[in-house]
Design a protein around this ligand. Sequence first.
Ligand code: ATP
Length: 461
Amino acid sequence: MTVTARAVKEIEGLTDKIQSLAKRRGFVFASSEIYGGAGSTWDFGPLGVELKNNIKRSWWRAMVQVRGDIVGLDGAILMHPKVWEASGHVENFVDPLVECRSCRHRFRIDDLPKGDALMEAWRANTLDVSGTACPNCGERKLADPRKFNLMFKTFVGPVEDTASVAWLRPETAQAVYVNFDNVQQAVRRRLPFGIAQIGKAFRNEITPGNFIFRSREFEQMEMQYFCRPNDAPRLFEEWKEERMRWHRSLGVPAERLRFREHAEDERAHYAARAVDIEFEFPFGWKELEGIHDRTDFDLRRHAEFSGKKLEYFDDLTQERFVPYIVETAVGADRTTYEVLCAAYDEEPDKDGIRTVLRLHPSLAPYKVAVLPLSKNERLSPLAREVHASLRAGFMTVYDETQAIGRRYRRQDEIGTPLCVTVDFDSLEDRAVTIRERDSMAQVRVPIAELVDRVQERLAEV
Ligand code: ATP
């Protein structure tokens, strides 16, 4: 086997392992699985919803709670159709699509071999795919590319005509722009200030895939920071660093994160500058988050299309102007995948391989598992009492089936940072054992101090 073939096999092996763990342990299921799936949409199971909620909470805390200059919004998914004309999405939110005339498979140009070069040629209007072989059947019969709009179209009301067209939003940001004046009137913030939002977005991706990396329905966490035009370049740099710090705060190693600046011809139609934060997934370096200097494009366009002024008035300097916007945009699902990949670990142990999700305690679905040493009617009442004392303060789980070693392994595999074991000595000394996921170290703790000791240990990282 060549090195490259081996590397590919290892990558496939690792992504398969992560995906199979995600399904087996209730993180992520294919949507409508019993009907064969629903085209790259995913359901988050009991553990996945905890993990994703913890990620969203961490983002909201960093972007809204601990800052005085950012407020939140929860905009509707369905918006006036003119929003998407003003935003440029009706015209520009397109991917070049090629179809093989032989096998009828369809591809995004950047998914073809030498995709980057082909994309460059497409942007320069010099693309010729006649020499490119179809990655599916190998024939050189790719048709000329067509533009394919990624927005899902639907109709509002009982009549399906052009007057009732609505789009499922492909990003959350537009609700912030159209509410700029409402928010400003309501909270009266001075520049610079931001509006943050978490919500669903929909894109009819031509080639979704890589599990939850690219799906057709996903969640975004976006923040629009309004500022004076002259301040935009400095704030752009500050947000880049701030957002990188956030990814590291999730326990993702620095060496698996990097910036990638977009070339001029690669940037979206609204952006004066664009930088991606990329993560090294098992299948390569890929975008996690975009930071964009959107200039005054959005507010100007919405002012133009709606006929309403969207300006900022500075009562100190008596200036009136259209603010610039620095945007940070990251996917909640993609971040969940990032965190799963960064946390997944295997290490040899006496029984073979120990699989551990080394999740940051703040992200772990369960913080503590309570495990009676064995399923025994003398132990159960005390174990249940211990569990009851913990569950008001922490997400906990109680497990008394199978041997204790197996149960530790089960908790390691889902990333539970602490296990609390109740044994026969506990009945006498009113103490229990705390066992740590990463070091597997065990300490004995009086039940009376347990809540405080658990709290301390979870806060240590
Ligand atoms: P990509 O190049 O991967 O399609 P993009 O540059 O179009 O992404 P943005 O429009 O900047 O992405 O969206 C911001 C973030 O939303 C992305 O960085 C990603 O985390 C997330 N995102 C975008 N599209 C998808 C998708 N189809 N599935 C899951 N997450 C997505």
